[in-house]
Write a protein that binds this ligand. Structure first.
Ligand SMILES: Cc1cc2nc3c(=O)[nH]c(=O)nc-3n(C[C@H](O)[C@H](O)[C@H](O)COP(=O)(O)OP(=O)(O)OC[C@H]3O[C@@H](n4cnc5c(N)ncnc54)[C@H](O)[C@@H]3O)c2cc1C
Length: 376
């Protein structure tokens, strides 16, 4: 139970409680604070640092590779796909403006989409539509965003890829440093962050919201649910599917020439350099049912699959050893769709969830949109 002192100091006269201390929760709190500078805001995060996606992701500042965009068009209208690219591009600029590139460890090294054999990754279908994609998207980026490369540079140390398309506008961030900077900024703005406190229930009483935590109940004028892949724990009927993503990172590799971010097979495999290491993730499409879970553990099956991918596609001379692996949880639509869910759920409760694998690019915009739905 909360003591009198704890209630008085941390839980009195709250204007907004945000549940979830990831990219969206923190940018929701910051955006609300910007709208109402005198408000009292509390962010509640169940884990000591965060335990979802924002401190566990791959750090790609990416806007959609050509095969990913064409794949998206199978389930969404082209206009919706173009719009999403624009939202990702402008959303990432928002995050950079908020924190500054240095505080995010941002490196604009560009990216590539790589194609294996025609049977695995049909390049023809992509090449046939590349000029159409470039034509539409040059207005978003100020220049065509995709360039077919004559030859994959040998110094990258890759093998087993037939062709590549360069994505010069992409970049990479330091995931840990970005969240750390966001937390620091929130504290500087007098936003209270409490870590290690799980919200177990809430009740919109009209005049405000009762919030039930593991240590007791208190009230707030407004509540924002920013729990992404875990949203169904507090909102069982939400149309959100947790999706686990697993990654590994290698030991430092002597002579590594690979720089930038790399996408393979519609983005289902992704890798990048982190200094002189390689971070590799993906393969979720091969184990879709098992990976549709909010359980934060790695599995031998997926890790073995990723290690095989690494061996198959890195030159033997590089001989990487895996140093660490981890998992994170994303939130997708029930049919694996990518639509973000920002909604007023009741008079005083809003949500900003379901960011798929796009949170670095769109997280700050989703936070801003979520905060815009909350009353004073
Ligand atoms: C392995 C991996 C790689 C990725 N790579 C990229 C990438 O390269 N580029 C990209 O753009 N996106 C990537 N993503 C996706 C991106 O990380 C997410 O879209 C983004 O971090 C979502 O932010 P969020 O704040 O909505 O969710 P989260 O960061 O998951 O935050 C939600 C928080 O809510 C907390 N929480 C849950 N329930 C409760 C509760 N009841 N009480 C209190 N707290 C609670 C959780 O502990 C969690 O910290 C990746 C994701 C993963 C997992």
């Amino acid at each position: 139970m909360l003591s009198f002192w704890e209630k008085e100091t941390w839980f009195r006269n709250l204007d907004l409680v945000v549940v979830g201390g990831g990219l969206v929760g923190l940018t929701t709190a910051l955006s609300y604070q910007k709208r109402f500078p005198r408000s009292r805001i509390l962010v509640l995060e169940r884990a000591p640092i965060g335990l979802g996606a924002s401190t566990r992701n791959a750090g790609f500042a990416c806007y959609g590779s050509p095969s990913e965009l064409l794949d998206d068009m199978e389930s969404s209208a082209p206009e919706a796909v173009w719009k999403r690219v624009e939202q990702r591009w402008t959303g990432f600029q928002k995050l950079v403006n908020l924190l500054g590139p240095k505080n995010m460890g941002y490196e604009p090294l560009g990216g590539r989409e790589l194609f294996r054999s025609q049977a695995l990754d049909p390049l023809d279908a992509v090449e046939n539509r590349l000029s159409e994609l470039n034509q539409v998207l040059k207005d978003v980026f100020g220049a065509p965003p995709f360039e077919v490369e004559a030859k994959i540079p040998v110094e990258l140390g890759l093998k087993g890829f037939a062709r590549s398309i360069r994505l010069p506008f992409e970049g990479q961030i330091d995931t840990g440093r970005t969240l750390h900077s966001l937390m620091r900024l929130a504290r500087e703005k007098d936003i209270e962050l409490l870590h290690g406190l799980k919200v177990v229930d809430y009740e919109d009483a009209g005049w405000g919201v009762w919030v039930d935590t593991e240590v007791g109940r208190f009230r707030t004028r407004n509540l924002a649910l920013c729990t992404n892949g875990f949203a169904r724990q507090l909102w069982p009927e939400a149309s959100i599917q947790p999706a686990r993503a697993q990654v590994l990172i290698t030991e430092p590799i002597s002579g590594l020439g690979l720089k930038g971010i790399y996408h393979v097979h519609k983005g289902y495999y992704y890798f990048r350099n982190v200094g002189d290491r390689i971070l590799l993730g993906g393969g979720r499409h091969k184990f879709r049912q098992a990976e549709s879970t909010a359980r934060l553990v790695t599995t031998a099956q997926v890790q073995k699959h990723l290690e095989q991918f690494l061996r198959r596609h890195l030159s033997p001379g590089l001989a990487p050893l895996v140093s660490e692996s981890w998992a994170g949880i994303m939130g997708f639509g029930a049919q694996n769709e990518k639509a973000v869910l920002v909604e007023k759920m009741s008079a005083r409760v809003v949500c900003g969830v379901r960011l798929g694998g796009m949170g670095i690019a769109i997280g700050a915009s989703v936070g801003e949109q979520t905060a815009a739905l909350i009353d004073a």
